[in-house]
Design a protein around this ligand. Structure first.
Ligand SMILES: [Zn+2]
Length: 410
């Protein structure tokens, strides 16, 4: 069995203290051992050793909410969510010509900044081929828009069958699931049915929730910028918060990851999320760009809610670098570096229910690693490593034991 030892000045496993002169033994795409280079070498004397000098090995980043099919240069102006969304909709026809290229480029940018797991949402899973060929592992959540298909039964049947078909022939590291896009694009009957049937089938669900002031107004009052854009979507105005509405239509569950929660999230909403064990994707740079406010992430974490980090897509976010997204959150909420590194990796894996497979440097898990060109001395090296990774300092990325990016050529 071919074995390789990847060594660096420092290994930060996230679930254990940092290891100076550390090493990771990789066998069959999985982590077989973690320790000092000396110990790991003793365990496997015949293995090839690749040493990244002046570097730190961390778990690969887990991006829990992204859209691959956008490209930076065409981004609509930000400012307000509904203004941005109407400009986005205007651009959709021209976008068709380059979505695949954008998805390839976005995936590449993620890999070159240390991402090894990508939870991507796209209309009818259009970016699945590019995620599958990228080398990352991940899930594509297929968004569906019932008005384009038919009545709720028919629309849900269509998207479930579509996802079943897409799963065939996929590499084991990639998966397809359903997304109920948002409270303002998917009617409550279709949303409820899709969520129920997804859970019954043992699947997972992605949703956008409580993202913008306009969404809060749409759900509560049935008025505002989103009601203007989606005139025929007449199910708003139910007098409750988006979180309460999502609970009422059975979207909230441990298998659900809800993106944003940036606007109008009350104490009571946090309780609902905690009670239903719904996971949350935090995308602070996108929220900032679209005037959506700040998600109460510290309160959610204190309440035991699983929170992971997401970059969102390049039409609302400056980069696909998940470590950069996380550093933004660290500054926004006053987290320490260790919390930041954990959010970018293990907490993302927990949010998606895949912490047994990825998210830390531990024996038995997939060998998904990022090599950061920085090896700080001292007691708390995590912040300096996170800053380096955020600033373009990822020199190599391993996914399932394969070097899918390597500019340091160790
Ligand atoms: Zn999104």
């Amino acid at each position: 069995m071919p074995e390789t030892v990847y060594a660096a000045d420092l290994v930060l496993p996230v679930t254990a203290p940092g290891i100076r002169d550390g090493a990771v033994l990789v066998r069959d795409g999985r982590i077989a051992a973690v320790g000092t280079l000396e110990d790991v070498r003793r365990e496997s004397p015949g293995a090839e050793v690749r040493r990244f000098s002046g570097c730190t090995i961390v778990p690969g980043a887990v991006n829990v909410h992204a859209h691959l099919g956008f490209r930076r240069k065409d981004a609509p102006e930000g400012g307000t969510f509904s203004g941005w969304l109407s400009r986005l909709i205007e651009k959709l026809p021209e976008k068709e010509a380059w979505t695949a290229e954008a998805a390839r480029d976005s995936a590449r940018e993620a890999i070159e900044s240390g991402t090894t797991f990508m939870a991507e949402s796209s209309p009818y899973a259009e970016c699945l081929p590019q995620l599958a060929e990228s080398g990352m592992s991940g899930t594509v959540y297929a968004e569906f828009f019932p008005h384009e298909i038919g009545p709720p039964e028919e629309a849900v049947e269509f998207i479930l069958n579509k996802v079943l078909g897409l799963r065939e022939g996929l590499p084991e590291r990639v998966d397809a699931q359903v997304s109920v896009h948002s409270p303002y694009t998917v009617d409550p009957e279709s949303a409820r049915l899709a969520a129920r049937r997804t859970r019954e089938g043992g699947g997972r669900l992605a949703i956008h929730l409580s993202e913008s002031p306009e969404e809060v107004e749409f759900v509560r009052e049935g008025t505002g910028g989103l009601a203007d854009i989606f005139g025929s979507n007449d199910w708003g105005g139910v007098g409750v918060s988006p979180v309460r509405y999502a609970q009422d239509i059975e979207l909230l569950a441990p298998q659900t990851i809800a993106a944003h929660l940036a606007t109008g999230v009350s104490e009571e909403d946090v309780e609902v999320l905690a009670r239903t064990d719904t996971a949350v994707a935090h995308c602070p740079r996108s929220n900032d760009f679209l005037g959506c406010g700040v998600s109460p992430v510290p309160r959610m974490m204190a309440r035991g809610i699983r929170v992971g980090m997401g970059t969102d897509g390049l039409w609302s976010s400056p980069s696909m670098n998940l470590f950069e997204e996380t550093l933004f959150a660290v500054k926004l909420h006053g987290f320490d570096g260790a919390t930041g590194l954990r959010l970018a990796t293990l907490e993302g894996a927990r949010a998606l229910g895949i912490e047994g497979e990825v998210g830390s440097v531990e024996a038995g898990k997939r060998a998904d690693l990022a090599v950061v060109e920085e090896a700080p001395a001292g007691e708390e090296p995590e912040l300096a490593v996170l800053e380096a990774a955020a600033g373009g300092g990822v020199g190599a990325t391993l996914a399932g034991g394969d070097l899918i990016y390597n500019r340091v050529e160790a």
